[in-house]
Ligand binder design. Sequence first.
Ligand code: AMP
Ligand code: MG
Length: 455
Amino acid sequence: MAAEHRQHNRHHGHSQGHHEEAAHHHGHSHAGEDMLSVEEALARVMASFAPLEPVEAALLECLGQTLAEDVTSPLSLPPLANSGMDGYALRGADIAGASADSPRRLPVVGIIAAGQMPERAVESGVAMRIMTGAPVPDGADTVVPFEETDEVQRKREGRPLDEVAVFAEMPVGANVRPAGEDIRPGQLVLEAGTVIRAAEVGVLASLGLNRARVIRRPVVSVLATGDELETAGSALSGGRIYDSNSFSVAASVAACGGVPRLLGIARDNLDDLHAKLSAAVDSDLVITSAGVSKGDYDIVKDVLEQRGAMNFWSVRMRPAKPLAFGHLRGNDGGKDVPLLGLPGNPVSAMVAFEMFARPAIHAMLGRRVRPRPAVDGVLTGPIRNYDGRRVYARVEVERRDGVYYATPTGPQGSNILTSMSRANGLAICPEDLPVKQAGEQVRIIMLDWNEEVEL
Ligand code: AMP
Ligand code: MG
């Protein structure tokens, strides 16, 4: 149908909202005819996306964003040599040969807690009580843990802590964490492009940084289209269904690091579509759903074409064959905004998001665009391929005895959203295979490594 639609426009010029139903019912579209492969469609989409500009953000807000600049350390970590154990700081040479039978007794000349500076040095023949993380006093090179001394016994007996018996020798340097062991001043600690996870948040904080320069999150406008749609929370009148796409798509946007902006529902008429699209142009990406497939009222297509340069594709995949991609002209000479038109069926919308919108959002976030993790597994039920498209079947993946088993989550109609909810993966039947049978090997794209499921 995409081919027919383009032809229709070529022959009749840009449609000014006119509408010829007939144009959409001649001929029969069959597999192979003017369809784009998933890879080709993705390449065409991705050509329009690059990292957005950097902004400075508070540390916790940076989670999931990419660093826009290298981070070098302003300090040494740890700043000073410090103790790795609660114990006694001393000179290793002073306890050479010590054992339970032949302990070394040393006067205790002080105590030092974490966060304090030692008040004196440790010379030969003495020891200083020291807590984990406390700076090792000058002169000391070794820490003997309490366990290798009479610490506990002395305390139990209420003896004064002015002398310690050491029951074991230690290699010089034992339990001393040298200054700069983790990070040296001026060291490149995190490179531009690093995705900030909890560990990176921690590393930045350990350098004393409470902000970071990161690539801005894209604002993604989400617009549902259709006269039949009602917003969740309101009453449902006859013939209508609730709009799930706005919410599944907006949630998907948030899940991959974008900022969703719900534009609501545009009715299938020119005025409403124009108004809602005008509200979308100051975002980084507009995602619409429905109105781009055959049999539709075509108004969405016409309005999109009037407002920018749009392509209507058939992608060789199931679900989610119809896809629109192009650019909306900005208001008053503002910049053009990429628009991705997802199919209307709820599963198609989610799978098309997965294949095309998620990589685009990741590209804007400056992430290396990585596909989801995929595993090879064994199918427990067939995946049928009726018309030479690549089938992405919703499956529940489980691991038994080290083997991944993929079980289709019931009827695979593109309207059956609960089968998406039951799925944690998409199992692939290639374009050129009429069926993948139970028992056959299958490639599975993992949608989530569900933490509540043992995999
Ligand atoms: P369309 O592309 O407009 O022909 O829509 C295809 C199918 O998806 C129809 O059954 C629509 O009712 C359904 N649909 C479209 N938009 C939504 C939506 N936002 N939420 C749930 N279903 C939808
Ligand atoms: Mg519709």
